[in-house]
Design a binder for this molecule. Structure first.
Ligand code: SDX
Length: 426
């Protein structure tokens, strides 16, 4: 696919570096020849590094565009449901009616978890952060499927993807129920994916006629879709790097959950609500923004490594926020506060010069709060939804020959020196 050439001139030599153009986005320069020249590339934070080729998701940060398998995110969020998007991420296109029926049946029948897995929860204190529980129990799934799992077998890989997408809502709801001291709820075959999640989160064994409000389940499903995948973000790159060692896919997804937890990544949705709580009221916004400009705090839910324009997911999230709060008749003062922050940030040169726009995490917390989801569960929901993206990238990696990921470094430590005995050390 190389269709042009760049050149490296160093130490009196010239090296050809093939330029490779993808379907969309910037072309890449194959820098393999750096090794021949005796150099490594240096790119802290991987700002301009493409470690992989992928066909799953495309992001244009300048235009604020996000495509999954070529479909714009706003069309997927408004016209497809989350499991259809999962199918597209896994298989390359949206399902036909038959394919959708088969896929939904398989997912619904794999939502249950091994009874013995329930005992893992008892090792945690009741006040354990649910993300700590999720890292543990998702990793523990390896113990239940390790023997039957041959990652070189495509059928094993396929069923693993379905198991993970199917079990994440159940494990997420269990991590919440455990923190409340409530009994775990079993998934129901007559509920949709999002309905089942809300049922397992909020129903109790006595609710024999439990009904899920369609406004809430539709909003939940849309939030899942908006978080499903996002190219080579930190947690997806973690899953790929772990997967490149041949590690068990359940362990790889647990690694992704751990990476997502950070406040600079998926932990931001929880941090946005904490920030809004800290600001308290619209009167305090100006003072808070001065603290941001003095770099004492960050404006959580703003900024993005790739988007230097509006995050298209934030737009859909904001529309959904208005729909849900309107339909439920909720006037959340945090929404007014968030909109004031957004207005200031979009007009203030400090933020405009730095291309700081709302990202996917800015409004999601307000909707989740309206649905009744506690703040501590926000990142768990992000992890639940992103599992489809993580496992799709894992499958894509396994669909062709791959090498273990092994970056190098710029070493600035000590020169070689002689060992000094303990008694002679000063
Ligand atoms: C997600 O990668 C993905 O795709 C992630 C994600 C996904 O779906 O997987 O989209 C999900 O993680 C969204 C981002 C959620 N995180 C937050 O909302 C936390 C707040 N945001 C920042 O931490 C920050 O914007 C990052 C981490 C998201 C991006 O950081 P970068 O690209 O490394 O940018 P930077 O730190 O180099 O910032 C450039 C400038 C700096 O100022 P100067 O040094 O130039 O003066 O912008 C400033 C930063 O101080 N800045 C902010 C800011 N984000 C950047 N200033 C105040 N508030 C912020 N939020």
């Amino acid at each position: 696919m190389a269709n042009d050439t760049a050149y490296l001139k160093v130490d009196g030599e010239e090296y050809e570096l093939p330029i490779i153009q993808g379907t969309l986005g910037p072309a890449v320069i194959d820098v393999s020849a750096f090794q021949t020249a005796g150099y490594w590339t240096y790119d802290p934070g991987y700002k301009v590094t493409a470690p992989v080729e992928s066909k799953i998701t495309f992001i244009d940060g300048d235009k604020g565009e996000l495509l999954h398998r070529g479909y714009p995110i706003d069309e997927l969020a408004n016209q497809a449901d989350y499991l259809e998007v999962c199918y597209a991420l896994l298989h390359g296109d949206l399902p036909t009616t038959e394919q959708k029926k088969d896929f939904y049946y398989k997912v619904s029948r794999h939502m249950g978890v091994h009874e013995q897995l329930r005992k893992f929860f008892e090792g945690f204190r009741r006040d354990a952060h649910p993300m700590a529980i999720m890292v543990g129990v998702v990793g523990a799934l390896s113990a239940f499927y390790h023997d039957g799992l041959d990652v070189s077998d495509e059928r094993h890989r396929e069923i693993t993807a379905i198991r993970l997408i199917a079990k994440m809502p159940t494990l997420a709801a269990m991590s919440y129920k455990y923190s409340q001291g409530h009994p775990f709820m079993y998934p129901r075959n007559d509920f949709s994916y999002a309905e089942n999640f809300l049922y397992m989160m909020f129903a109790t064994p006595g609710d024999v006629n439990y009904k899920v409000n369609p406004i809430l389940s539709n909003a939940m499903d849309k939030i899942f879709t908006l978080h499903a995948d996002h190219e080579q973000n930190a947690s997806t790159s973690t899953v790929r790097l772990a997967g490149s060692t041949g590690a068990n896919p359940y362990a790889c997804i647990a690694a992704g959950i751990a990476a997502l937890w950070g406040p600079s990544h998926g932990g931001a949705n929880e941090a946005v609500l904490e920030m809004l709580d800290e600001i308290g009221s619209v009167e305090n916004v100006d003072e808070f923004m001065e603290k941001v400009k003095r770099k004492e705090v960050k404006l959580m839910g703003f900024g993005h490594r790739v988007y230097k324009n509006f995050d298209p997911r934030a737009k859909v999230m904001k529309e959904t926020c208005d729909e849900v709060l309107g339909a439920l008749g909720i006037t959340d003062p945090k929404l007014a506060l968030a909109m004031k922050l957004e207005k200031i940030a979009l007009e203030d040169p400090y933020f405009v010069e730095r291309n700081l726009y709302p990202n996917v995490d800015f409004y999601s917390g307000i909707i989740l709060k309206a649905i009744g989801i506690p703040t501590s569960m926000f990142t768990v929901i992000f992890a639940l939804a992103r599992t489809a993206g993580w496992i799709s990238h894992w499958l894509e990696m396994h669909s062709a020959p791959f090498k273990i990921g092994r970056p190098r470094q710029l070493y600035t430590g000590e020169q070689r020196r002689d060992f000094v005995k303990l008694e002679d050390r000063k």
